[in-house]
Design a protein around this ligand. Structure first.
Ligand code: GRG
Length: 283
């Protein structure tokens, strides 16, 4: 990672826990559950993107920190819920027992709910104009909602016992994965007060998200039967296209994302290097 992206990452790692609401001793376990899933171990791709989209226009990543934290809170909630027995039923996340294995199903569910609710308090706490905060809430709730990440998860669940075609897979990944990644880029633009670049940020986020998901499918495939998606026989770019074509498709989406960056009138070299790095990631 480049020095600037590492600065963004440090800003997140040093501050993310400060956004967790304090609790009273009788229900402190929910704070513990939230912190358990938020603690480092994730790549923090979304908050790093959010900070960088703000920094390239303002030279100030800090003003976007509450927005970046909000996106990471929603990402973390989606992982907790995705691991539950009623969803993917995964006992491990990032090599550690998943939330419901440590805290039980009910508290894992509530920790996810709490993260989702509090994400919007994070947005509202930003030291930005009311217009920026309202716009960020609108965008984040839409990208995380039924026509965003939730819709993608529904296609995923409905697709468990049937083969998805490429079109349906594309839509699923665009909603399930690209939507939240796109929201991070859009919120960075809003924090920078640069509404004019949102359409390009959306194109970048959508393409990066699709490449990211295909790489995720390839990494799952490499894991084999140990991976719950593979065990459940879910359709992926690898099962539909074969490994070589899946890799080629991820490269194509990466190039589309970089083409979008080239339309931005600011120094996007750090974003470009992150985009290329994500294509080569091993976890
Ligand atoms: C349960 C509402 C609800 C949504 C679930 C995001 C999601 C939808 C499910 C998680 C499982 C999954 C494979 C989602 C696709 C997006 C994705 C690749 C998530 C993993 O993101 P990373 O790699 O995670 O950024 P880390 O661990 O680095 O934070």
């Amino acid at each position: 990672m480049t020095e600037q992206l590492l600065n963004n990452l440090k800003l997140i790692e040093d501050n993310i826990m400060s956004f967790v609401p304090k609790t009273q001793s009788n229900y402190r376990v929910i704070e513990d559950a939230i912190k358990y899933s938020l603690k480092s171990g994730g790549k923090r791709v979304r908050p790093v993107l959010c900070l960088e989209f703000c920094r390239i226009f303002t030279n100030d990543a800090l003003i976007a920190l509450p927005f970046a934290a909000a996106v990471e809170f929603i990402h973390t909630y989606s992982l907790i819920h995705d691991d539950l027995p009623c969803m993917d039923d995964d006992d491990f996340r990032r090599g550690e027992p998943s939330s419901h294995k440590v805290f039980g199903e009910a508290k894992a569910l509530l920790a996810g709910d709490a993260l989702l609710n509090h994400a919007f308090s994070c947005v509202a706490s930003a030291n930005l104009s009311d217009k920026q905060i309202v716009q960020a809430i609108k965008e984040l709730s839409a990208y995380a909602g039924v026509n965003g990440m939730i819709g993608g998860q529904v296609i995923d669940i409905e697709g468990e016992n049937k083969n998805l075609g490429l079109d349906e897979l594309f839509l699923m990944d665009k909603l399930k994965t690209s939507a939240l990644i796109t929201s991070a880029c859009v919120l960075g633009c809003i924090a920078a007060d640069r509404y004019d670049v949102i359409p390009v940020a959306v194109r970048f986020g959508e393409n990066l998200g699709l490449a990211f998901q295909i790489i995720d499918d390839i990494l799952d495939y490499m894991e084999g039967e140990a991976n719950s998606d593979i065990k459940q026989g879910k359709s992926t770019y690898v099962s539909l296209l074969g490994i070589d074509n899946a890799k080629k498709t991820a490269e194509d989406y990466t190039q589309n994302a970089i083409n979008a960056l080239n339309e931005i009138n600011a120094d996007t070299s750090e974003l470009e290097s992150l985009t290329n790095e994500l294509l080569k990631r091993k976890f």
